[in-house]
Design a binder for this molecule. Structure first.
Ligand SMILES: Cc1ncc(COP(=O)(O)O)c(C=O)c1O
Length: 401
């Protein structure tokens, strides 16, 4: 019988990867073998027992029952856009345009794909949140990586960055607060990025999805757009993290900078928004409810989270062969392994032998010769203590061979 050829996926999907994928298999195997798993790999607060504030849930329920179940305006309902505008103004950003999307992920994809042609390049941090690598792979954009410096609190290394820029460089991505390192960038660093963008006419993409997750009183989060009135910036944010609502799939982009040069770009983004109709309509009613009120819900949780961060980071730093820079934002740490084992093998074996699930550093990117893993400090103290014991036991085992 004639063999029917397999359906071939498009080339554009060949390099689309997501770091989590590699560890899923190991987790399944460990589960099959009866291991109880401690998940320290998921960037979803709801999976750790946190839930969105009640007033936000109520706003969404009301919207559902009032039958706001039609399509909405493609760039968002006016009440949401107005609330985002006011939030932006409070952060010192002067919005020229705002668009509401299906999570910050879609805002990021629209902003990049509306700007950068196949073969052109953008500057990405290394390590980086893997969505960006997936988007550049899909749109055949060339990534050029600038390193984040572990020796300097994971601040971006900007001294050599000009070498990466050529006439095809369109933009620089800044993730602040950072996933996976938990760093929050200083004003000086942000100012240097603005100067660079101004000099080389780059658009700045600033991912600020964790901007309310600040774990130290003496650190403030600065929106880079507030330092750059004359530079085009798209600032991304949403409800997934600050309001514990990742399943709502609500995010947005705020475009700022010189209005006279932004018109065509804004229209290109709006075209993409119109083509997919809209973000979930009833869920958009959560935005004004969230942004027009104090986020007291998160404030209470931050002190708990800070305590968990301290348990985890102090614990890791007491384990031989591990060092960990203290994260000051978001809910991740990116500890370094001082062992000869590859980070992927370390992670897989840690899952299989001890049931502790973390993500290998190479899934985010790391300096050649260094090895890391990403670990989440959202779980309860007990779990963190148990995980630390298991990590220590595992390290002792592999370092004694
Ligand atoms: C840095 C960063 N940006 C964007 C996202 C995606 O956000 P959303 O759920 O709004 O699509 C995440 C999710 O983990 C993230 O860590």
């Amino acid at each position: 019988m004639e063999e029917i050829p397999k359906i071939k996926p498009a080339f554009r999907t060949n390099h689309v990867e997501y770091a989590i994928r590699d560890i899923v298999e190991a987790s399944k195997e460990a589960k099959r073998a009866g291991k109880e798993l401690i998940y320290l790999n998921i960037g979803d607060p709801v999976q750790y027992g946190f839930s969105p504030p009640e007033n936000i849930l109520k706003a969404v329920c009301d919207a559902l029952f009032k039958n706001y179940n039609s399509y909405s305006d493609s760039v968002g309902i006016p009440e949401a856009v107005e609330a985002i505008r006011n939030y932006a103004l409070r952060k010192g950003i002067k919005p020229v345009d705002i668009y509401v999307t299906q999570g910050a992920s879609e805002a990021i994809e629209f902003a990049i794909s509306a700007l950068v042609n196949p073969g052109e390049n953008i500057l990405l941090p290394c390590p980086c949140y893997p969505l960006y690598q997936a988007i550049v792979a899909k749109f055949e954009i060339r990534p050029r990586y600038y390193h984040l410096d572990e020796e300097n609190g994971w601040e971006p290394e900007l001294d050599n960055i000009e070498k990466l820029i050529d006439k095809n460089t369109k933009a620089i991505i800044v993730i602040n607060p950072n996933n996976p390192t938990g760093a929050i960038y200083s004003r000086e660093t942000l100012q240097r990025i603005v100067d660079l963008a101004r000099k080389y006419r780059l658009v700045i993409f600033s991912d600020e999805i964790y901007d309310q997750f600040i774990l130290e009183d003496n650190i403030e989060h600065i929106s880079i757009a507030s330092l750059a009135e004359d530079v085009p910036v798209v600032t991304f944010n949403g409800l997934s993290k600050n309001y514990f609502a990742p399943g709502f799939r609500i995010g947005w982009g705020i475009i700022s900078g010189p209005e006279e040069i932004l018109g065509d770009y804004i229209e290109a983004i709006h075209k993409l928004a119109r083509a997919r109709l809209c973000a979930p309509h009833p869920l958009q009613f959560a935005i004004p409810e969230a942004l027009n009120n104090e986020n007291g819900h998160l404030k209470k949780i931050l002190s708990v989270l800070k305590h968990r961060r301290d348990i985890l980071v102090n614990g890791l730093n007491q384990i031989e062969h591990i060092t960990c820079v203290k994260p000051v934002g978001a809910f991740y740490a990116f500890p370094r392994l001082h062992l000869e084992i590859s980070d992927l093998e370390f992670t897989k074996r840690l899952i299989l032998e001890e049931g502790v699930v973390v993500v290998h550093g190479s899934g985010f990117g790391q300096k050649p010769g260094t090895r890391h893993f990403r670990i989440v400090f959202l779980p309860e103290e007990e779990k963190l203590y148990t995980a630390l014991e298991k990590i220590e036991r595992f390290i002792k085992k592999i370092s004694s061979v």
